[in-house]
Design a protein around this ligand. Structure first.
Ligand code: ATP
Ligand code: MG
Length: 296
């Protein structure tokens, strides 16, 4: 079978999370920081380690079968192709909980911003010209585009632009540059895309297996294994109180007829308040354990 080609960011904000996810799915790699192509040791998979900006096109053109990329970069590349009258076909398989950020408009703190119309004819620096243009066009506000591939946040203080349109997560970079966020134009997370051309049956089976494992990894991350001892007469009350996915396992305790052990898998974290309430109801030895893998 041909190897399944997966494009991932070589180094940057998404690379660690993507590599960890593949590892958690049981795919083993020997990463070498200079290698563009890395083969998996235990599956017919190869990684193409590239800049994130190149990932959508590799998948649109079918060079890579799958790609991990931020929805922001994907949206930008898709619009770029469409604006040039070229095709950009792909399918989105999954959106992850990592790589969360927003593409926002920001202006200097002393800028008198009332509404988007305040940016009429302003010069806006961005690395996302297509997403910005679409947003401004949809809101019929004319503006001047100033394309910068980096250091966008210093454009206003350097006198290059009146405002910026850049990625924000905590807002600390904006704050450090004397800027305030005024509009969110796009919300993004990391996602997994597949080329639109059908995969061979073997590759499709491998993709399906990967997706099931990814779901298992996510569920395990969100779930906890909870164990506690409960007095038998308080059992219904205590079980009702637990955030439980399936019926709990009830086990007898050695040399104690009055109590049982309760084990459950919970989709929610058990908060301190819940643990205190359970204790007040008579529960004891309450343990909350992480789950590494699960398959439901
Ligand atoms: P490359 O060298 O691969 O082109 P880059 O500098 O363009 O890297 P990174 O800064 O590593 O990209 O960000 C990669 C992606 O991580 C972004 O496109 C976005 O989807 C996501 N991301 C999450 N939080 C942030 C943030 N605070 N700032 C920038 N990107 C973020
Ligand atoms: Mg990039």
């Amino acid at each position: 079978m041909n190897r399944l080609k997966i494009a991932i960011q070589k180094s940057g904000r998404l690379s660690d999370d993507c590599q960890e996810l593949l590892k958690a799915c049981g795919i083993k790699f020997h990463y070498n920081k200079d290698r563009l192509i890395v083969y998996a040791k235990n599956q017919p998979i190869e990684l193409l380690r590239v800049r994130d900006d190149d990932i959508p096109a590799l998948v649109f053109d079918g060079v890579a079968d799958l790609g991990f990329v931020g929805e922001n970069v994907l949206g930008e590349c898709q619009l770029d192709r469409q604006n040039k009258g070229e095709t950009a076909s792909f399918n989105k398989l999954k959106v992850f909980e990592f790589g969360e950020c927003r593409l926002s408009l920001a202006v200097p703190k002393d800028f008198d911003y009332q509404s988007l119309a305040s940016l009429k004819n302003a010069r806006i620096a961005t690395s996302y010209p297509n997403l910005l243009k679409k947003y401004m066009d949809d809101n019929t506000v004319p503006f001047k585009n100033c394309l910068l591939t980096g250091s966008v946040e210093v454009a206003p203080s350097a006198g290059i632009a009146h405002a910026i349109c850049d990625l924000v997560s905590s807002g600390a970079t904006l704050e450090a540059n004397g800027l305030k966020e005024v509009e969110v134009i796009y919300r993004s997370k990391a996602c997994l895309i597949v080329k639109s051309e059908p995969l061979s049956a073997e590759k499709q089976a491998l993709v399906d297996k990967l997706l099931t494992r990814m779901t298992g990894v996510e569920q395990a991350k969100e779930s906890k294994y909870i164990m506690l001892h409960a007095p038998k007469d308080k059992l219904p009350e205590i079980v009702k109180f637990l955030p439980c996915a399936e019926n709990p396992t009830i086990l007898p305790l050695a040399q104690d007829d009055g109590k049982v052990a309760v084990h459950i898998v919970s989709q929610e974290t058990l908060f301190w308040e819940t643990m205190e309430n359970l204790k007040a109801m008579g529960a004891s030895s309450i343990l909350v354990l992480p789950i590494e893998k699960m398959m439901i």
